[in-house]
Design a protein around this ligand. Structure first.
Ligand SMILES: Cc1cc2nc3c(=O)[nH]c(=O)nc-3n(C[C@H](O)[C@H](O)[C@H](O)COP(=O)(O)OP(=O)(O)OC[C@H]3O[C@@H](n4cnc5c(N)ncnc54)[C@H](O)[C@@H]3O)c2cc1C
Length: 311
């Protein structure tokens, strides 16, 4: 039995394994692309599926809320941090290729850019669009991540998820995919891995070129030099969120050290030392301005976790 460790002292409970630690009061900002947010009461980085399920089971037995963290590239974590247990998938990175079927089964913590390049080098098409998305496979399954006309819903055959009843294999129908949405959002299920269908047999050099072109296109139109979460709002129709924000004269608008990007109005940048509350307030300011001017509500794509003033 392993005592939970906090600075060498034992903590509230025991875990039935020697294989990993649960740490206390871990700063979360370094694990998010915004580089903001407070600490996790408890934090774990399981190295295997068994460790992952052990953490989840233990948290359940202690009635602790659980938050799953991928790359933190679509998260705004409050300055007050998160209660309960935060479980990072960043060490769960296995890929198993089925050459005959052109399928790959990928663990939740696998970074999308690395996977995209790996597939391109094999001459497998269909994942070029993912090269510039700084998330994990698990986060992408949950968010139905996409770019350049492609998205997870196009490629996903099934997702293995861990729920209250154990492991389940979910089909795209069960995931109820729509634009940046899935039924996994706001659920208690954890994506363990997913199987994707690709298109093998192409010239690897050509697929690499298309992959590099996708990355160049993003870097020419989006600000990558400062911490952000990518697009803050879902795109309404017929105009994009960026277009509406730009037309409202909000580019460059700043609260504290959080600023609407000049380069792409649907990006909020941490210009250095921003608080999560600054970003939260800026999101609300934009929503208010757009509602007044265009009579429509912009819905955040970014997941806001923890407590904010005025929420
Ligand atoms: C510069 C930049 C550019 C971006 N461009 C794009 C883009 O072009 N297209 C796009 O779609 N997105 C884009 N994003 C947003 C983001 O990268 C995606 O939403 C990505 O899919 C999030 O993955 P993640 O691993 O970082 O998830 P996180 O941000 O860590 O988590 C997102 C949500 O998923 C949950 N989650 C994560 N992993 C799991 C899991 N294994 N099981 C259950 N729940 C889980 C979290 O609890 C949270 O609710 C961009 C972000 C940045 C910073």
């Amino acid at each position: 039995m392993l005592q939970l460790k906090a600075q060498g002292r034992s903590l509230v409970a025991t875990l039935p394994s020697q294989s990993h630690l649960i740490r206390r009061q871990v700063p979360l900002a370094p694990f998010t692309s915004f580089r903001v947010g407070g600490t996790a009461d408890l934090y774990s980085e399981p190295r295997s599926f068994d460790e992952l399920s052990e953490c989840i089971r233990w948290a359940g037995s202690e009635y602790l809320p659980v938050t799953i963290l991928g790359s933190g590239s679509n998260l705004l974590i409050s300055d007050a941090g998160l209660r309960g247990l935060v479980v990072s998938t960043r060490f769960l990175k296995k890929s198993v290729f089925d050459e005959d079927l052109g399928q790959v089964t990928v663990s939740a913590g696998t970074p999308l850019p690395a996977l995209s390049r790996r597939l391109a080098r094999r001459g497998w098409q269909g994942f070029e669009w993912a090269v510039g998305i700084p998330g994990t496979l698990g986060g992408a399954v949950v968010m139905n991540a996409g770019a350049h006309g492609g998205c997870m819903a196009d490629r996903l055959i099934s997702a293995k998820v861990l729920g209250p009843e154990g492991l389940e294999l979910w089909t795209p129908e069960q995931l109820q995919y729509s634009y940046r949405m899935s039924s996994l959002q706001a659920s208690a299920y954890v994506v363990v891995d997913a199987t994707l269908q690709l298109l093998p047999g192409a010239n690897p050099e050509q697929v690499m070129q298309e992959t590099n072109a996708a990355l160049r296109q993003r870097k020419s139109s989006q600000p990558y030099d400062r911490p952000s979460c990518g697009s803050v709002f879902r795109n309404p129709s017929p105009h994009s969120a960026g277009w509406l924000i730009e037309q409202s004269g909000l580019k460059g608008y700043q609260i504290g050290n959080a600023q609407i990007a000049h380069r792409h109005a649907n990006f909020i940048l941490n210009c250095g030392g921003a608080r999560a509350q600054d970003i939260f307030d800026l999101i609300h300011h934009v929503q208010g301005e757009i509602a007044d001017r265009w009579s429509l509500m912009l819905h955040p794509e970014v997941k806001m976790l923890g407590e904010f003033q005025g929420s």
